[in-house]
Write a protein that binds this ligand. Structure first.
Ligand code: CP
Ligand code: NVA
Length: 306
């Protein structure tokens, strides 16, 4: 038996809370006592079909600091789904390694990878979702607010992979989540309906960013054109022009509101420098917490897979 982490909702509500507690514990452990090596003599294969700064560095350093060794397999190395089938890669990597982390284009490929691997698989982003990012984000919010009760998170921009993982979280942890996006850029309808029908969360899809941010604890944004969509950049900049996170939009929340961004940011496009560098911006805390949240996820998967 082995467990994977492909969607935030692969974990139950209790397991998400348990993972947040473990994140806090392992973060503290790494900062104060460098003698905890749960991954000693272990290896992690990291498959990257897309570029990355945070995901690569946080997984590689996190795994190393906990005693293991991580291998970077870039877009030109194994050619997953092109040079070799996803299933064959899954089988081969399972013979050498203890865990796989993969950043892929097609979500179906991460599902196939996990299905065919005999070791835990962690999703490091697909076109559909980015669960590790949102585990780090909710941990960061918990650190800042001290509680997850009655939080309102407003996401401004494209209804993309980041939004899908917020929705997966909202399926398990009650919250008020608003996605304010231009028409035609809404998140997956089936997922939205599923969360509305099967959780205590309040989910809204809005096309009015100024109305959406009212009373928000968090205003979150991401690039308007994700990896794989960069040829749409100009068209999207026109369609998204009223969705920039700037001083006017931040003040429209009418309350004390933190600014979040998964990064990389296109400063001056979806968010102004002024907001990125303001005292309400917690973007680098998020980035740091990627490592701690992922460490906790990996420790949990290994424990559950024994
Ligand atoms: N937030 C995030 O996943 O960053 P990278 O694309 O740099 O890994
Ligand atoms: N939506 C962005 C997130 C990057 C971390 C992308 O997929 O490019």
């Amino acid at each position: 038996m082995k467990r994977d982490f492909l969607h935030v909702s692969d974990f139950s509500s209790e397991e998400i809370v348990e993972t947040l507690e473990l994140t806090s514990w392992v973060k503290n452990k790494l900062k104060n006592d460098r003698s905890y090596f749960p991954f000693k003599y272990q290896t992690m294969a990291m498959i990257f079909a897309k570029p990355s700064a945070r995901t690569r560095v946080s997984f590689e350093t996190g795994f190393f600091k906990l005693g293991g060794h991580a291998l970077y397999l870039g877009p030109n190395d194994i050619g997953i789904g092109k040079r070799e089938s996803v299933a064959d890669i899954a089988n081969v990597l399972s013979r050498y390694n203890d865990i796989i982390m993969a950043r892929l284009f097609k979500h179906d490929h991460i599902l196939e990878l996990a299905e065919n691997a005999s070791i835990p698989v962690v999703n490091g982003l697909t076109d559909y979702n980015h669960p590790c990012q949102i585990m780090a984000d909710i941990f960061t919010i918990y650190e800042k607010l001290g509680s997850l009760d009655n939080i309102k998170v407003t996401y401004i921009g494209d209804g993309n992979n980041i939004v899908h993982s917020w929705l997966e979280l909202a399926l398990r942890i009650p919250m008020h989540f608003v996605c304010a996006c231009p028409e035609g850029y809404t998140p997956d309808k089936h997922l939205v309906e599923n969360v509305k029908a099967n959780s205590k969360s309040i989910i809204e899809i809005s096309h009015d960013p100024y109305d959406a941010v009212k009373g928000s604890n968090i205003i979150y944004t991401d690039v308007w054109a994700s990896m794989g969509q960069k040829e749409e950049t100009q068209e999207r900049q026109k369609k998204f022009k009223d969705f920039q996170v700037n001083k006017k939009l931040m003040s429209a929340s009418g309350t004390e509101t933190y600014f979040m961004h998964c990064l990389p940011a296109e400063r001056g496009i979806e968010v102004t420098d002024e907001i990125c560098d303001s005292k309400y911006s917690i973007i680098f805390d998020q980035a740091e917490n990627r490592m701690h949240a992922q460490n906790a996820v990996m420790i949990k998967l290994q424990k559950d897979s024994k």
